[in-house]
Ligand binder design. Structure first.
Ligand code: AMP
Ligand code: ZN
Ligand code: FE
Ligand code: FE
Length: 293
């Protein structure tokens, strides 16, 4: 059974519409796929309809932008109630922060001499995205011929500390663990030892986060090498947390992150599904799990 619990569609910074993402999951021989766009559930319904049609299990989730000890941490929230008022309010704040940041970044780029970095030009790149982000600005820079790809755009302009970087609002991680749990969702920390968050997520931090409701750790992710994966597995084992693996697929927006390049063991998915059911979540797995016995 092949299970991939972290992917993005064009609703955030992936490049495929949700339905196409789901069909690509079938083509990649996945039995279960999660859609986890940044800070929005806007792709859920289209993905769910496609999953039922295509015959693949779909876990509906969100990759929430949070902050912990001054660093950005991504929190995967699986199967929450999408209408939960506190969750809706907090995601709204984050999306507002995203929308405010974009014009500020474009202004920086124009100040740097890139005159065509306008909101009109960006609108062509963001298309139907509910969550706009730096990858969209990166795509604009590619389109304008300023850089070759997203990676170069981050390295030269958009990464923290580069000249067009602008900070934005993100919810405190401990607060978001509570919001997600009260929305009857299951929180799993995404690529904890990837860019930025490695320094602040030490053993002590994981202990505190587990007490605050963290349910799992995304261990098998391209941001982690074999050594990190081994150590994160130990941390998860010690704290009784589930271990997930996923591609963090972004369509053609991120190279190497092919669907199913990392996967989650079925027993860990079962624990996530059982937890959401225990919490009384109205959101469950939809579509047929092809590998299900
Ligand atoms: P944002 O949420 O708008 O701040 O953008 C963060 C997104 O940009 C994440 O989903 C990352 O996948 C992507 N990202 C961050 N740093 C880089 C980088 N150096 N190269 C390519 N993509 C990046
Ligand atoms: Zn992304
Ligand atoms: Fe992420
Ligand atoms: Fe992601």
């Amino acid at each position: 059974m092949r299970i991939d619990l972290h992917t993005h569609s064009r609703v955030s910074d992936g490049t495929q519409p949700p339905a196409e993402l789901v069909r690509a999951a079938v083509a990649a021989r996945l039995d279960v796929v999660a859609i986890t766009d940044h800070d929005t559930t806007a792709g859920w319904d289209e993905a769910a309809a496609a999953a039922v049609d295509a015959g693949v299990g779909l876990v509906r989730g969100i990759e929430v932008s949070t902050r912990f000890r001054g660093r950005g941490v991504h929190l995967l929230a699986y199967l929450p109630d999408p209408a939960d008022p506190a969750l809706v309010r907090e995601l709204g704040r984050i999306l507002e922060g995203r929308d405010q940041r974009v014009p500020a970044m474009l202004e920086r780029l124009r100040d740097l001499g890139i005159a065509d970095a306008t909101e009109e030009a960006l609108a062509e790149v963001t298309a139907d995205a509910a969550a706009t982000g730096r990858p969209h600005v990166a795509d604009l820079l590619v389109r304008l011929g300023v850089v070759a790809d997203r990676g170069q755009a981050f390295a030269e302009y958009l990464a923290d500390g580069r000249p067009a970087y602008v900070d934005r609002y993100a919810t405190d991680l401990v607060e978001m663990l509570q919001v997600v749990t009260e929305a009857r969702g299951v929180p799993v920390v995404a690529h904890p030892w990837g860019r930025g968050s490695a320094e602040v997520l030490d053993d002590d931090a994981f202990g505190r986060l587990a007490e605050a409701g963290l349910f799992g750790i995304e261990v098998d992710h391209l941001d982690h090498g074999p050594r990190e994966r081994g150590r994160l597995r130990e941390v998860a084992g010690r704290l009784g947390l589930v271990v997930t693996g996923s591609s963090d697929h972004h369509g053609t927006g991120k190279t190497n992150h092919d669907l199913g390049c990392n996967t989650t063991a079925p027993r860990h998915l079962e624990r996530i599904l059982a937890r959401a059911a225990d919490l009384g979540s109205p959101t469950a797995l939809v579509g047929e799990r092809r590998g299900a016995a």
